[in-house]
Ligand binder design. Structure first.
Ligand code: NAP
Length: 553
């Protein structure tokens, strides 16, 4: 860090000289990153496109939006006071409560004074001569910083498919990830919902209670398990809080960063009756622990089939019309290889007289008309359309910032064949650019808050090390990156995951390279790898000291 910056303390928004760091995004990652940097006495400014904190929980306000990870686990662990003080009301928190929590964190740690809201970063370029990132925003800000830290989220760049006639639709259209803050009153309306991923599966039952009619346009049936949400029992909360530190430590060693009841045998090592009992118990308990019942559900198709067939049986038993039940059965991918959904009354909703399922495999959407949605065989009149059509996951929000590294190379160009990184933290050719929960890290395959805390702590400790050792510039080496990418691919292809056309594979975006983007080796193993790299003096990264950097100019 330069002399000018060295003595800097946390500067406010009016900082004139280069900052130590710019952080892009004020979701959970950006908030905690800011907190850590301030603790190190570094100057930082956060740019946030939204009008307030919360990131994904700020934008995704669709009816029924709720977290799939239990509240006691989907929360920060870095402050014992915070985790003891905060009280969740439900087993799985709804979006308003999670957003209230993000606001509480921002206030409690006095974070807002270094966050510039309503401001989107539109470009970030590395100035090699000055060894600084030059950041520009859509509000005309131009700031420089030694480090640029992307806290842009993995599922933040909403995606609406291009369907002929969309512009001619007379009524309002909504994307679940950009829901109006004032809410939407669907009373008396005919609503068309396109998509059957997590967002759709959560919102459809709630919309159906309000609307005159809901028509669900399903292209791929999805696996979903019941949440069995409810008020958080006080004794459960007390129990967790009494041993929070211990439980959090354990979660950090696990594959997904989430404590479940983990089975210890192969699904094929037990009798069909025993399996049925186990799946049934987990189905009754709710949440995604069904996928943790046996050790090989993500690895062995035959084992996986047992869990998939169990869920299909549940669907058949819930949905009264056999033809509708049949159309809802997921068969195109092994269970869990597309993100499993967690619902409250999703399949039951198809028993309502005001809900119609349209199977797009039999008859695809051909166009949106002024008054509805047309498939090859019919036209469905609707007053409003909900696009629950997902995100340009993992890379979309990073590339929107248009980072340019050495020689002006655009990240979009470097990643034209798919994202490449070292540990999901840095990418070669882009010095001093960190990606929190970037592609190549466990991120979306884990409890996001566990992974966010791990990355933020690693980056903060790294910046402290660089300062202590007079390092001006840090960059992943191409060799380390190649090895990490090869390892990531190798681990992914040991599993069933690449068999699905999922957003993990980039398969939901036309033209996006098919690469398995998150690191599937597990949160615990991954953390150890990152820690070993740090303890070795950052093996696989090139560190350039201040004098060397100056001499190279
Ligand atoms: P998604 O899982 O990508 O689902 C998008 C849906 O839209 C899919 O059913 C897709 O069908 C459909 N679709 C896309 N383009 C279409 C087209 N042109 N015509 C018809 N259908 C089309 O998106 P999401 O539901 O927003 O969820 C994304 C991720 O966000 C989740 O997997 C999860 O990780 C996260 N999330 C989490 C929660 C939670 O914690 N509770 C809630 C919501 C979201 P195909 O499958 O055929 O492509």
């Amino acid at each position: 860090m330069s002399e000018a910056r060295q003595g800097s303390t946390a500067q406010g928004l009016g900082a004139a000289g280069p900052l130590d760091a710019v952080i892009v995004g004020a979701g959970f990652a950006g908030l905690y990153m800011l907190h850590r940097l301030r603790g190190l006495g570094l100057s930082a400014r956060v740019f946030e496109a939204g009008a307030d904190v919360g990131g994904t929980w700020y934008w995704n306000r669709y009816p029924g939006a709720r977290c799939d990870v239990e509240s006691m686990q989907y929360s920060f662990s870095f402050s014992e006071d915070l985790q003891q003080d905060w009280r969740w009301t439900e087993r799985f928190a709804g979006q308003p409560e999670i957003l209230a929590y993000a606001n509480h964190v921002a206030d409690r740690f006095d974070l807002r004074r270094n966050i510039q809201f309503g401001t989107r970063v539109v470009s970030a370029s590395f100035d090699e001569a000055a060894q600084l990132w030059r950041i520009e925003t859509d509000r005309g800000d131009r700031v420089s910083a030694a480090f640029c830290i992307m806290a842009t989220g993995c599922l933040s760049a909403g995606r609406v498919p291009e369907i002929a006639g969309m512009g001619e639709f007379r009524g309002p259209s909504y994307h679940t990830g950009q829901w109006p803050h004032e809410g939407v009153d669907f009373a008396g309306q005919r609503v068309g919902v396109i998509g059957t991923g997590s967002s759709a599966i959560q919102s459809i039952p709630v919309i159906a209670e309000q609307a005159a009619h809901v028509t669900v346009f399903q292209r791929t049936p999805n696996f979903s398990v019941p949440a069995r949400n409810g008020p958080l029992p006080p004794e459960y909360e007390r129990d967790w809080k009494a041993s929070y530190a211990e439980r959090r430590s354990r979660a950090r060693t696990l594959k997904s960063g989430i404590i479940y009841n983990f089975g210890e045998t192969s699904a094929l090592a037990v009798s069909a009756e025993e399996r049925e009992r186990e799946y049934q118990a987990r189905w009754e308990a709710g949440g995604i622990s069904l996928l943790s019942a046996y050790t090989d559900l993500a690895l062995d198709k035959e084992a996986n089939d047992t869990a998939a067939e169990f869920v299909r049986q549940q669907i058949r038993s819930i949905v009264r019309d056999p033809a509708v039940a049949e159309a809802l059965l997921p068969t195109s991918h092994p269970i869990g290889t597309k993100r499993i959904c967690v619902d409250t009354g999703y399949f039951e909703t198809f028993n309502r007289p005001n809900v119609t399922l349209v199977d797009l495999r039999a008859s695809p959407i051909t166009r949106v008309t002024p008054g509805g949605i047309a498939t090859r065989d019919a036209e469905y009149a609707v007053d409003s359309i909900v696009y629950a059509t997902g995100f340009d996951a993992m890379t979309g929000s990073l590339l929107k910032v248009n980072p340019r590294g050495r020689g002006g190379l655009a990240l979009a160009q470097k990643w034209a064949e798919g994202p490449r990184s070292y540990l999901g933290l840095m990418t070669a050719g882009f010095p001093n650019l960190f990606t929190i929960t970037g592609p190549g890290s466990p991120s979306v395959l884990s409890n996001m808050i566990v992974s966010i805390e791990q990355h933020v702590d690693w980056i903060a400790d790294c910046l402290a090390y660089l300062r202590a050792h007079g390092v001006a510039c840090m960059e992943a080496t191409p060799e380390a990156e190649d090895a990490w990418v090869a390892h990531g691919n190798e681990v992914a292809h040991r599993t069933l995951y690449p068999q699905a056309n999922s957003w993990y594979m980039g398969a939901n975006i036309e033209g996006k390279p098919r690469v398995f983007m998150p690191y599937i080796g597990g949160v615990g193993v991954y953390r150890e790898t990152c820690d070993v790299v740090a303890a070795s003096g950052y093996e696989g990264f090139r560190l350039t000291r201040r004098q060397q950097a100056a001499a190279a100019e």
